[in-house]
Structure formats: C-alpha cells, structure tokens
Design a protein around this ligand. Structure first.
Ligand SMILES: N[C@@H](CCC(=O)N[C@@H](CS)C(=O)NCC(=O)O)C(=O)O
Length: 206
C-alpha cells in the first residue's frame, strides 16, 4: 500500500487534498517533525514531509514531484493536463514558483530564522525582510487571481491546491492578506472545497 507521510497543516497538506480530490487509495500517516531520532528518519533521512512511499518501497519526495505523480495516477484528471501541453507546463511553472519563491524563499526564513543566522538578535530582522519577500512573491499571484478564479485555465488544478497551503499560512502572517483581496477570496473558495474540508478534518484541523 502506498503511504503519504504528512504533518498537520504543513506543506504536505496539498498532497493530502489531492488524495481526497481524486479518491486515491493511499494511506496517510502523520509523523513527528524536527526530531533527530524519529523512526521516520529511517524512511526519509531528511525528516521532511511530504514523502510518498510506494508499494515497491521507492521513496518520492518534493511537492513538485509528488503532486504531479499523484495526479498522473488518474490519467485525464482536470487537476493536471496532458504531457506536452502548454497548460501542463504552466501548472508546473506555478508549482515551481510556489515551492521556491513562496515556500522556501519567504516562509522558510519567516518560520526558521535560525537556519539563516546563528545570532538570535538577527531573527526579527530576518523575519521582517522575509515578510517583504513574501509580499513581493504574492504580487504576481494576486494579479492573476484578480483576473481569474484559478491560476491556470478555468478550473482547479494542482497549482491552486498547492498555493492554498501558503495562502492559508499567509492569513496568519501579520494580517498580510489585507493587501491581497483576490488571495483572500481565493482562500475562502479553497476552504469551502469538499476535498480541503475532508483533508482538514483528517488532519485534526477542522
Ligand atoms: N522542498 C520540500 C520542502 C519540504 C519541507 O520543508 N517540509 C517541511 C514542512 S512544510 C518540513 O518537513 N519541515 C521539517 C524540517 O525542516 O525539519 C518540498 O516542497 O516538498
């Protein structure tokens, strides 16, 4: 049986939503994060989520690989697009943008300033600068969502499902979304989606 390893509310939430969206027969297992001696480290030495352990014990990591892989388990799903299509490349472009500019580029220093300096006194400045980076990274997304309910085409795709995690985190960051009305509206639609409601409940976050 394939297993998805998650932590409640973490970036693994997107893969969890896709499992509900596509009703995939995949076990979802919660792990302990941040512990060097967690048994999970024997499965994934980085200790990070998400990770997908396949039937043959192959481990897949990285949202940008896991989300397309899950969608491809249901060929033809509207969450993704056919190989070779421009839409598929656009969805992958947004996945890459969100993973690098929004998650690691902005939220990593906001949440983990200790990874950027050994000097605790520097942490508030790192966070403050990273919040500016977050606002900059969200601007092109706000511009797109002011024109359309979705990042690509006229339907929900992997790109929206992945983005939803970080818009949810942004809503907690110093009322940042006050400046981003289209993102606020997006978050309302996202949280109303049945698959998101189900994944939130399964992670104990309803
Ligand atoms: N580039 C990875 C990032 C994964 C990642 O940083 N996951 C976080 C949760 S959102 C985590 O496991 N953090 C625990 C840690 O860094 O020790 C991906 O997109 O899959």
């Amino acid at each position: 049986m394939t297993t998805l390893f998650i932590f409640p509310g973490a970036c693994s939430f997107a893969a969890h939503v896709v499992i509900h969206e596509l009703q995939l027969p995949i076990t979802v297992e919660r792990v302990v994060l941040g512990s060097e001696d967690s048994p999970y480290r024997r499965i994934n030495p980085t200790g990070r989520v998400p990770a997908l352990l396949l039937d043959d014990q192959t481990l897949l990591t990285e949202n940008t690989a896991i989300l397309p892989f899950l969608a491809d388990l249901r060929p033809g799903t509207s969450l993704f697009a056919p190989a070779g299509s421009v839409e598929r490349a656009q969805i992958q472009a947004w996945l890459g943008y969100v993973a690098t500019e929004v998650h690691v580029g902005a939220f990593r220093p906001i949440n983990r300033p200790e990874r950027y300096s050994v000097d605790e006194a520097a942490f508030p400045g790192i966070r403050q600068r990273a919040l500016q980076q977050l606002a900059n990274a969200l601007k092109p997304i706000e511009a797109r969502l002011a024109q359309s309910d979705y990042l690509v085409g006229d339907r929900l795709t992997l790109a929206d499902i992945y983005l939803g995690v970080f818009v949810g985190w942004s809503a907690r960051a110093d009322d940042l979304l006050a400046e981003f009305p289209a993102l606020r509206a997006f978050l309302g639609r996202y949280r109303a989606r049945e698959s998101v409601v189900q994944a939130l409940a399964a992670e104990g976050l309803a």
